[in-house]
Every structure is written in C-alpha cells, then in structure tokens.
Design a protein around this ligand. Structure first.
Ligand code: KIV
Ligand code: ZN
Length: 534
C-alpha cells in the first residue's frame, strides 16, 4: 500500500496538547463547541483528547466522536500511551466516530529512556511494535509517535519507524517534544527518514513541535519541503510551555507562499490550488473562540490573528496602503475572515434579523442558546447604538461559554473617583439559591469588587492575570475581560463581555471561581467515594 497525499493534512491538537497549558482547561461542552468550529474550519483530523487520562477526557472524546465525527466530518483521534489500557480506552471512546484514529506514543531519545522509562532501546522497540499492532486490532487508522524524536539517535528512530509501519501504523509522527531543533536540522531529519526507512511510502509522515525557541512553524515548513504531509498544530499556538506550532501561521504561510511551496508537491509554480483543506475565512473566528473559552489571550502582535496584524501605524505605511494595499500588505484581512466591521444591527432589529446575521457569521445556535443570546443582544443594544459583527461574536461567545453556573452575579455597585475610597457592593446567588450581599474597599473599583466577591465565595485564591480589551473602537464599545487565578498549583480562567467593564470584570471573576468551585466539588465527591470504599 502506498499512502500519498497531494495536500497537507492539518491535524489539530488544540483540544489535547493545547488544553495541556495551565489554566486552559475546558469542560466537555466547551470542547464540543470548539470541535464543531474546527470541523467548520476544515481541519482533517481533530485530536479530541487523551481518553484514558480521566473520565471527563473519555467523555469529551466520545461526545466529539459522536457529534463531530460524522461521514463528512474530520477524523477524530485520541492519544494513548503505548500501554494496553490506554489503547483500549481510546478505541472505546472513538467508537461513535465514522472515522477514528488511535495515536499511540513512546519515547525514543536516550535521555527519556534512561531517566523516564528506565528501559533499553530493544525494550522500547518491542513495546512500540506490539502496541501499534494492538491498536491496529481496534481500527485501521493508527498513528505512532516516537516521543522526543528530534533528540533521538536517527539510526534507532529509523528502526522504530520501520517496525511500527510494518505493525500497521498509517501515520508516523515526528515530534520535537522540547522545541529544540532548528529548521535545516529538522528538514534533514525528515529527509533521512524518507531515505532510510524502507517502508516509509506506506505511511504519511507527520510533524509535531513545540515553540520553546520560537522555531516550530519554521521547522514544520522545512519538514514539508522534505516530505512531511501532516502538520500537528493548535489554534493560536497554545500548548505545553511555549506552545505548539500555530495552525493559522502554517496555513497562511502555505497559502500566501504557495508558489514557493508548489514545486515540492509536484505542482506547477503558478498553481492556485490550495495546499490545505482549510477554509481560511474561518481562521479569525476560531482564534477568538479558542481565546475566549481557554482564557489564553492572543498577543496583539501575534502573526495572522493578533489585533495589530493588519493595522498600519506608521505614516509611510499608511500612505502606501492607501495608494495600493500590496505595498505593505501580503494578504487581505478578509482572507482570514476579518470583516470591515460593518454596522449590521441595532436596538430595533428583531429576532429574525439577529438569527439571520448569526447564521451568516457561521454560528449555529440551539433555540435556547439563541434566546439567551438575543436577550443579551437587546441589553447591549440598549446601551450601544450600533452593533457590529465583532460585537455579535463577543455576545455569542460569551453566552455559549459553558462555565459551570454555580455562583451568579446579581448586583454590582461601585463608588470610586479622585479623593474617594473605592468601595464595592456585590450580591451573588449561591449554588443553593441563597442571595448573599457583601461589600469591600480596594485599591481601585475592580479590586474592591473582587474583594467583596471573595468575602461571599470564601475560596482563597490568587489573581494572576487580569486583562480588559475593547471589542471595537468607540466609547460605547463592549469590553472583554479575561482573568486567570491560581488555587494551590492549579490555574482557572474566566472570561466575560459587557459594555460596563466593572460588570464584565465581576462576571469573569465569578466564572473562574465557578470553575474552581466545581473542581473542588468533584474532588470532594471523589474523596467521598474512596472514603466509602475504605
Ligand atoms: O510533544 C510531544 O511529543 C507530544 C506527543 C505525545 C506527540 O505531544
Ligand atoms: Zn506535544
């Protein structure tokens, strides 16, 4: 069998590797919302999670397999260590998917073998071969990753790849687990694999890489030139430590520079055919959704999706762009789905116009989600005359955010100003339905609100990040607040949007506290179960 693809397959691991970064934890409903959007974006494979890791991960993989893994949908994948129980859990969770994939891995670098696995090369080789064959007994689509491949001895790597392909791996993934390699080195590694693994034509070569030296995307592009045909990446580049290679940067590099890459695919240089299956117009919305739900902010100067990516500040640049966009712009903002912020709706717009515009923007909401979002829209429209597409996105993303509904903000009142002591009063509805009011003073109005909330919720925590961004320009703009707080060693995020940034701040904080509170509750439940067992 020859496994060939004349396109680059995009393997999105936002919900697995991306979700591994501190505070990016998503609940099942949020993962499902993201998976649906990834399908709309056109990714070929969604790594939905690590089914064996926890019952919640298992359920998320299974739900995504059922709802997103349809006939015309993407392949749904679960990660599994090269351990039977992991592979069984992955196979079970993936059962509802029309197209499922088990992605199993074991380290191959000497440093991991000696200090982490305490195993010899021969042992690792045997395990890899056996576990790929085991995964193959459950499904035909099996991916194998030799973890820390970039720091592995190439000769041992070739051996492991040959054995795992012979055992049934249809994709072999080459991870730069610690973000250590450089572009020419990584390209040479892929070339070496093509030349030295005799059965390599029976598998697709994939790459996976972290951004510790800021080189992940460059490394991948060099790998593509040398034969890699699957790229493992995440939206906004989120992931362990410095993150993973960013999907939007890879896709747009392959799109904008396709004339440069075409010859590596045997195409004429001038071919306009896309090199990936991604609908680039969905990129911006996907980026915003992932940022809002994970609480991982996108830096303003981030390539492709940063707030400044298409803004021209310098006079010379502005002058050039006004004369001809191509003087300083290599891609049109509309290509990634950025509209010109046209004013579409206002106070008098009805439910039908609201629903129609949301549909045009690609949001498919259930009736109850639509009702909730419409109520919010009317509230915002009362305060803000003109509602743009960006505002609509903020409203909808805020409403479909699935932070557990435990504490609820009922009232926020602040008094502050020069020569005044910032004071806040808040009323929260508790999970038991009781209304509790408290007040506090702080260094500023937000600090006072947070102190008052803490007096009600009473879970010690440390605020480690607070950010306010305005959705559009203008004094009446919606403000989006994203916060992260730490409880012991865990980080929880919260996000909220409102025309009143103090209210948005309170809601974002309560969202994060609700996540923390829900996690404490489930911990207590688990401890209760084990106490009963004892
Ligand atoms: O970074 C890594 O090596 C991984 C593997 C599990 C593919 O995430
Ligand atoms: Zn990784």
């Amino acid at each position: 069998m020859t496994t060939k693809t004349d396109k680059i397959l995009i393997f999105d691991t936002t919900l697995r590797d991306g979700e591994q970064c501190p505070g990016a934890t998503l609940n099942i409903d949020e993962k499902l919302v993201i998976a649906k959007q990834l399908a709309r974006l056109g990714v070929d494979i969604i790594e939905a999670g690590f089914a064996f890791a926890s019952p919640g991960d298992f359920e998320a993989v299974s739900k995504i397999a059922e709802i997103v893994g349809t006939e015309n949908g993407p392949v749904i994948c679960s990660l599994a260590r090269a351990i039977k129980a992991d592979i069984e859990a992955a196979a079970e969770a993936l059962k509802p998917a029309v197209k499922g994939r088990i992605h199993t891995f074991i380290s191959t670098s000497d440093i991991h073998l000696e200090y982490q696995l305490h195993k010899s090369r021969a042992e690792v080789l045997a395990i890899a071969e056996e576990m790929v064959a085991y995964a193959k007994s459950f499904m035909t689509d099996v991916e194998f990753s030799p973890m820390d491949a970039a720091r592995s001895d190439p000769e041992f790597l070739y051996q492991v790849l040959e054995a795992t392909i012979a055992a049934g791996a249809t994709t072999v993934n080459i991870p730069d687990t610690v973000g250590y390699t450089t572009p020419s080195e990584f390209g040479a590694m892929i070339k070496g694999i093509k030349e030295n693994v005799p059965n390599i034509d029976q598998a697709i070569i994939s790459v996976h890489g972290h951004n510790d030296l800021g080189l992940a995307v460059a490394n991948f592009l060099e790998a593509v030139k040398n034969g890699a045909r699957q790229l493992e990446c995440t939206i906004n580049g989120i992931g362990e430590r410095a993150g993973n290679a960013s999907l939007e940067e890879l896709v747009m590099a392959l799109h904008v520079r396709r004339q440069y890459f075409n010859p590596y695919f045997g195409r004429p240089e001038e071919s306009q055919e896309s090199l990936t299956n991604i609908d680039t117009r969905e990129i911006y919305r996907t980026s915003r959704l992932v940022s809002n739900l994970t609480g991982m902010l996108v830096q303003p100067n981030k390539a492709i999706v940063g707030a400044n990516a298409f803004a021209h500040e310098s006079g010379i640049h502005q002058d050039g762009v006004l004369k001809n966009k191509l003087t300083y712009e290599i891609m049109d903002a509309q290509l990634i789905g950025l509209t010109d912020n046209q004013i579409v709706l206002g106070k008098h717009s009805g439910r039908n116009a609201f629903r129609t515009r949301l549909k045009e923007l690609g949001f498919e909401l259930s009736d109850s989600e639509l009702n909730k979002a419409f109520v919010r829209f009317k509230e915002v429209a009362d305060k803000k005359k003109e509602i743009s597409d960006r505002d609509l996105e903020a409203i909808v993303n805020d409403e479909i955010q699935q932070a557990p509904d435990l504490f609820r903000v009922e009232l926020v009142q602040v008094s502050c100003g020069s020569n005044a002591c910032p004071t806040a009063t808040v009323t929260l509805r508790t999970p038991e339905g009781e209304e509790l009011t408290d007040a506090a003073i702080g260094t500023g109005p937000v600090d006072a609100v947070y102190k008052a909330i803490n007096r009600v919720v009473n879970v010690p925590n440390e605020l480690i990040e607070f950010s306010v961004q305005s959705v559009t320009a203008g004094i009446d703009a919606i403000g989006e607040v994203t916060i992260r707080l730490r409880y012991e060693s865990r980080v929880f995020s919260g996000h909220a949007a409102n025309t009143d940034i103090i209210v948005a701040s309170a809601q974002a904080y309560v969202n994060a506290l609700n996540r923390l509170y829900a996690s404490l509750q489930s911990q207590q439940k688990q401890q209760g179960v084990s106490a009963q067992k004892v």
